[in-house]
Design a protein around this ligand. Structure first.
Ligand code: ADP
Ligand code: ZN
Length: 735
């Protein structure tokens, strides 16, 4: 059915539809449909907008809010599969939830612009016919080409040249002689169908039961959310692969969301051996041509399995039937810029709109998800044990106030002793410190000057390997100075505190004969570097790994038996809502790297606060107790997952304008029994990339429509165009 409708009364009036361009406008605009053109909702079209031609999507019926005489005509239809009803509903839903214009969300769905261009066809060559004109001069090279094409389907020129070793002029000659013919075809999809009959590993009874449960959800063919809750190394991946297989067998497309896909080489290998094909990868590092091909293949359904980062949610699926969110607790699923959304929550919404199952997998589920399980909205399947002979690691707490490292050193005698034992046994170790660079702060011992970023409220971090100071918020860099810029003193600059580079220095001094490597996002930036590192660890070319949270991800190194958390207190201060939860998750995940093979693992937590409940919970392996306390504290304050939160960030280049706007907003803040507004207050990062920032925090009871409250509030206050108000629903960052 066409959405084009004749406008009021006049039978001969031209039909019109609404079209949404991928721009942050209030909504779709009405356009006339030219005579002879038939458009359907979801069609990609070209439209005039301002003085330019713009691409957009037919969103639905005309809104009728503009005089038809003033409407412009659609230029024409673009050669792409239409965007499905569900995709459009999803875009509208995300826009409403995140309080962003639908066009801004649509832009994420149109992130491969050249996918909308006409498909570039391939020229292939084939024999013109059987009757070879006797007059034609036949040479051995010509004969080779003809022989090849007689035995093969039409081929590209490059392939013919490679196979026969002839030059391009030979093909030209044959064409002119009428012996060859050119045919044009669409390029084949780069994706092959997964092989669903490859042998799966023998699942344990527990795994079988969990897999059976997930497969039932796929068979039920409706919306559901299931938490696949299993300790690190319990085989969650193998288990959800079964559900993936079943969904593919039903002809559905499947999306697996991974938090950090560039680091997932090991996972991808397992995927390849299970399904025999390359999945369609989608993340920010996929090149333009590949993006275009992938986008099209997702739209026409030839890409049946997509593995991606959060943005993969917005691909134009033809028939999506299952989403798996692996490591669902990961904060990397929250997009903090542009459209601010949490991919896990949007995945659930997508499943709801598309009426299909969603699987959330984690060893340390978020409190939000656990609360949903508790309320009966989500199902849960559990895997309580590691697979095979592997057992959970033993956790030891080391009190750094008693067991002191040497001055300007960070490895305690106990940890050092454990490292010695580990290496003596021919095993590998990991030291975890979530701080990139050499030192988080550089200070002048003569005058007290601290090196700060000129654009942000942040210290510059020394990266000694590059000879630079860097801001980790905006990327500003400066050459590491020899003297203090404030007092001019020389050789008085002191590095304060450790980063992984400094820890590396200490480790090299302590263990001069070992192979030690640092792994952070600075040197393990892409999939290639990550895969190479993994190989080196597997081949035991690394004895000791030193790294940040990038090493906490699902890596599986059988010979890695010791994990040392150098500063277990690091994430616990700062007091943001999820500091304890996040620390707990991160330390549990990094601990989960120890002892995954048949040799048992040990984890050492170095802390100055051994009675902290997060530290104690990890040591006791008591996740449920920790979550209980954490949930009841949140309940007492009406915080998520019990209440709902939003943050408003007011920012601009002029501090007084920002303060003025924030003050006005503060005066108009909504009040009520079931809500509370905190602020305005300077954000912890009160200056970021040269913009001054003030924050509000809005808390409402669960049943209150948070978006309406904010909408009403903002509609009552006028702010100048130079001041931006960013809305962050369900904030995870409090900076
Ligand atoms: P998780 O995702 O829960 O941390 P994985 O799925 O990565 O666990 O499994 C941990 C390791 O155990 C992997 O190397 C995996 O291949 C292996 N494994 C899990 N289940 C089985 C099984 N049933 N048969 C063989 N190997 C398994
Ligand atoms: Zn900065």
């Amino acid at each position: 059915m066409s959405a084009a409708k004749a406008t009021s009364g006049n039978l001969f009036a031209q039909a019109s539809v609404s079209v949404l361009p991928p721009l942050p406008l209030a909504g779709p605009y009405d356009y006339l449909v030219p005579q002879g053109l038939v458009v359907q909702p979801g069609d990609f079209v070209e439209i005039p907008l301002g003085r330019q031609a713009q691409r957009g999507v037919v969103w639905g019926e005309a809104k009728g809010d503009v005089d038809p005489a003033k409407l412009k005509e659609i230029y024409g239809l673009l050669p792409a599969e239409p965007l499905s009803d569900v995709s459009r509903k999803f875009i509208d839903w995300v826009a409403a939830y995140t309080m962003t214009p639908p066009g801004a969300v649509l832009r994420m769905a149109m992130s491969a612009p050249d996918a909308l261009d006409a498909v570039k066809q391939l020229f292939l060559f084939t024999l013109a016919g059987e009757n070879v004109d006797a007059d034609i001069r036949m040479t051995p090279t010509r004969q080779r080409v003809l022989d090849l094409l007689r035995d093969n389907p039409p081929m590209e020129q490059g392939d013919i040249l490679r196979e026969t070793g002839v030059g391009a002029s030979v093909i030209k000659g044959l064409l002119e002689a009428g012996l060859l013919r050119r045919v044009m075809v669409d390029p084949p999809s780069p994706f092959r169908r997964p092989d669903l009959d490859l042998p799966a590993p023998d699942l344990s009874d527990d795994q079988k039961q969990a897999a059976g449960h997930l497969c039932d959800k796929v068979a039920d063919d409706g919306f559901s959310v299931t938490l696949l809750d299993g300790v690190t190394g319990s085989g969650k991946t193998e288990v959800y692969f079964e559900a993936v297989r079943d969904a593919l067998a039903r002809g559905k497309q499947v999306l697996v969301l991974l938090p950090e896909i560039a680091l997932s080489a090991q996972w991808l290998d397992r995927f390849r051996s299970r399904f025999g094909v390359e999945p369609a990868l989608w993340h920010s590092e996929v090149g333009q041509a590949r993006r275009r091909d992938t986008w099209r293949a997702v739209a026409d359904g030839t890409a049946s399995l997509v593995v991606g980062a959060r943005s993969a949610l917005f691909l134009p699926y033809r028939d999506l039937g299952l989403i798996v969110v692996d490591e669902e607790h990961e904060h990397a699923f929250k997009q903090e810029e542009g459209v601010i959304y949490h991919a896990r929550d949007m995945a659930v919404a997508r499943g709801h709109l598309g009426a299909f199952p969603v699987i959330l997998a984690s060893a340390t589920p978020s409190l939000e998800t656990l609360a949903n399980v508790g309320a009966g909205r989500y199902d849960r399947v559990e895997l309580g044990q590691r697979h095979g002979l592997a057992v959970m690691p033993t956790v030891e707490i080391v009190d750094i106030r008693q067991d002191r490292p040497e001055r300007q050193r960070w490895i305690t005698p106990t940890l050092k002793q454990r490292l010695v034992e580990t290496f003596a046994a021919g095993e590998q170790a990991l030291l975890f410190l979530n701080r990139r660079g050499y030192a988080p702060l550089t200070l002048c011992r003569a005058c007290g000057h601290r090196f700060q970023c000129p654009n942000c409220t942040a210290w510059l971090v020394e990266h000694r390997a590059w000879g630079k100071l860097q801001c980790h918020h905006c990327g500003y860099t400066a050459k590491a100075p020899d003297s203090c810029p404030a007092c001019g003193a020389e050789e008085k600059l002191a590095a304060c505190g450790p980063g992984v580079e400094r820890l590396f220095e200490e480790a090299v001094e302590t263990f001069p004969n070992l192979k030690i490597e640092v792994a952070t996002s600075d040197n393990i930036a892409g999939p290639k570097a990550a895969a190479a590192l993994i190989d080196r660890v597997h081949r035991h070319e690394v004895d000791l790994l030193i790294g940040t949270q990038i090493l906490a991800k699902g890596y599986h190194f059988p010979m890695l038996t010791l994990v040392g958390v150098v500063d277990a207190d690091l994430g616990l201060s700062g007091g943001d809502l999820r500091a304890a939860e996040r620390s707990y998750q991160l330390m549990t995940q990094v601990s989960g790297r120890a002892g995954r093979g048949d040799r048992p693992g040990t984890v050492i937590l170095q802390t100055a606060d051994p009675s902290n409940r997060v530290i104690k919970a990890i040591a006791a392996g008591d996740r449920d107790a920790f979550n209980q306390v954490e949930l009841s504290e949140r309940l007492a304050h009406g915080m998520p997952p019990h209440g709902r939160l939003a943050a408003l960030i007011v920012s601009g280049k002029k501090e007084n304008e920002v303060d003025e706007a924030a003050w006005r907003l503060g005066r108009a803040a909504p009040r009520g029994e079931n809500m509370m507004v905190l602020g305005p207050a300077p954000a912890p990062l009160s200056l970021l990339r040269g913009r001054y920032r003030r924050r509000f925090l809005v808390r409402v009871d669960k049943q209150v429509r948070l978006q309406s409250v904010i909408h009403d509030w903002l509609s009552r206050v006028k702010t100048p165009g130079s001041v931006r108000i960013q809305i962050d629903i369900d904030p995870y960052s409090f900076m």
